[in-house]
Design a protein around this ligand. Structure first.
Ligand code: B12
Ligand code: SF4
Length: 473
């Protein structure tokens, strides 16, 4: 059995902001590959690589002649590219399977497309393995498929026990891929230590995907993975992709102690919540000691009323306090703001957000527009109040307006998005971050882990990218 796994390009994903310079490995497909490598001849094509386009994909399918083509469709706005790949695979007689966040959110709609045979809902490791083993979708939990023109949705699969999950099969990466994965110019690898999140922000589709459950990997397995040759020999910075890294302070302190004890000497970045910083500063101190340098925080809004409407369970006062704690610990802090986060927002609300952003002591701020996904409270509200401007997934990029507001037009929102970047992206911010990284934790402390050339390279890339954005918008 031959299986080709494809991660489509991000051609229609969020094009704003410096994070477009982050090119990360196809971790989801590498997890899947780990489960089928013993029962199938597997290859992975990563559409993020410069050399990969639809022609190259068609050629690879022609040469490899896979029985199954599996497409990873995480961003809803990848609809065109995901469908075009499925079309190519179908013309070569392959069975097409799509998995990832988008098909999991809307399996029926996904199956309506003529070139898609099977949808794997939720985590794909065991479901896809069983599909390949049985060479049939019948009776396999977690699968939706078509039979005689009718859709069949098998029951959900139980969530996996992450304590015994196999590590991702990173060895499927090509030489070009190894050279490509970078975070602002620094070799990066991705890892996962948990899945899910216990919070319920009203715009976030995580509950639909992970069914309100939060699960952790075994610490000894995380450490083993960090010591694997693919990570040890190539990556300088490890991006822990967990949606919410600090949920269980005890686990994080144990994990950080294990990282320190095992002398991994890598830098780390991840995503965390403001309230955890404020309530558990000791965890963040330990993270700094373990090599965490870059933290992403979903700030979403500076208005307590809006934060409450989003069910974010944080306050503006906590945002400011969290920034101080993190800066005192030497972290580089990246925050994201949702413009128009409240459906009643006025021009004045957005202008005041931009004013506050200008004066906020943070190293990098990015912005997005409120975007609803099925399975969220926001989706239900926008649907019931008939507020969708479009239901075309192509537009669900977080940078296109997709909702009707009472006091804001689509042009207003697009203009404010441009304005927010232009007015608040200051070159001083990342430089301050660099100074802090060097001064606060001490140059010696940081140099233990990273080549100084790398850190300057990272900042240079960050600034170059900011300049590019500012000059083109
Ligand atoms: C890391 C990450 C990023 C990184 C890298 C993204 C990239 N280049 O791929 C960065 C920071 C750049 C990023 C940015 C954004 N992201 Co993001 N990101 C993630 C995150 C946290 C982890 C992805 C990951 O590696 N997961 C780990 C692997 C193991 O899981 P997986 O890929 O989902 O694969 C599993 C299953 O989905 C399934 N599966 C997946 N593919 C396939 C294929 C087959 C054949 C099968 C059988 C199964 C299968 O099986 C796998 C194993 O269980 C996810 C949320 C999440 N927890 O997954 C959001 C997520 C994908 N991001 C999201 C969004 C919205 C964005 C932004 C638009 C946000 C913004 N406002 O800026 C931007 C887009 C910018 C861009 N140009 O990429 C949304 C997408 C929602 C949607 N429906 O479109 C998600 C789901 C977060 C959320 N809860 O809303 N992101
Ligand atoms: S936005 Fe973050 S904190 Fe809120 S539910 Fe999603 S992952 Fe959890």
């Amino acid at each position: 059995m031959r299986v080709l796994l494809i991660k489509p390009s991000l051609s229609n994903v969020y094009r704003w902001g410096p994070q477009t310079d982050i090119i990360t490995p196809p971790l989801g497909l590498e997890y899947i590959a780990a489960y089928i490598k013993d029962i199938a001849d597997v290859r992975i094509i990563d559409g993020l690589l410069e050399t990969v386009n639809l022609k190259a994909i068609a050629k690879a399918i022609e040469q490899f002649q896979p029985d199954y083509v599996g497409i990873s469709w995480n961003f809803s706005s990848q609809i065109d590219i995901a469908r075009r790949i499925a079309n190519i695979a179908k013309t070569h007689g392959c069975r097409t399977v799509v998995g990832g966040w988008h098909p999991t959110l809307v399996p029926s709609e996904t199956l309506e497309f003529h070139s898609i045979d099977i949808v794997v809902r939720g985590e794909g490791e065991i479901t896809f393995k069983e599909l390949i083993q049985n060479n049939s979708p019948i009776g396999i939990p977690g699968i939706s498929y078509k039979k005689d023109g009718k859709q069949i949705h098998n029951p959900d699969r139980e969530l996996m026990n992450l304590k015994i999950i196999r590590p991702p099969a990173r060895h499927f990466r090509s030489g070009a891929a190894k050279k490509t994965y970078n975070f602002f110019g620094i070799p990066v690898d991705c890892m996962e230590t948990s899945r899910g999140c216990p919070y319920s922000c009203n715009f976030c589709c995580i509950h639909h995907f992970h069914r309100k459950k939060y699960r952790q990997h075994a610490i000894r397995n995380v450490i083993k993975e960090l010591h694997s040759s693919e990570i040890r020999n190539r990556a300088t910075i490890i991006y822990i992709i967990d949606d919410n890294f600090v949920v269980d302070p005890k686990y994080i302190i144990e994990l950080c102690n294990a990282i320190i004890r095992s002398r991994i000497n890598k830098y780390f970045m991840t995503q965390v919540r403001v309230d955890m910083v404020v309530n558990h500063p000791e965890v963040f101190e330990k993270m700094a000691d373990a090599g965490f340098i870059y933290l992403f925080l979903g700030l979403e809004s500076f208005s307590d009323v809006t934060l409450e409407k989003l069910n974010k369970q944080i306050k503006f006062k906590q945002i400011k306090y969290a920034l101080k704690i993190l800066h005192d610990l030497g972290f580089f802090v990246h925050g994201n703001i949702i413009l128009g986060a409240k459906l009643e927002d006025t021009k004045q609300d957005i202008e005041s957000t931009i004013e506050i952003a200008k004066n906020l002591d943070i190293d990098l701020l990015t912005y997005s527009l409120l975007t609803p996904y099925p399975g969220t409270k926001l989706w239900e509200q926008v649907l019931s109040e008939d507020l969708f401007l479009t239901r075309d997934w192509h537009e669900f990029t977080w940078s296109h307006p997709v909702i009707k507001y009472s006091h804001l037009s689509s042009d207003d929102l697009s203009n404010y998005l441009t304005m927010a970047y232009k007015e608040t992206m200051s070159f001083n911010r990342p430089w301050q971050g660099l100074r802090r990284l060097v001064e606060t934790r001490g140059l010696k402390f940081n140099l233990l882990r990273i080549d100084p050339i790398d850190i300057f390279k990272m900042y240079f890339q960050l600034l170059k990218n900011l300049r590019k954005i500012l000059s083109t918008k």
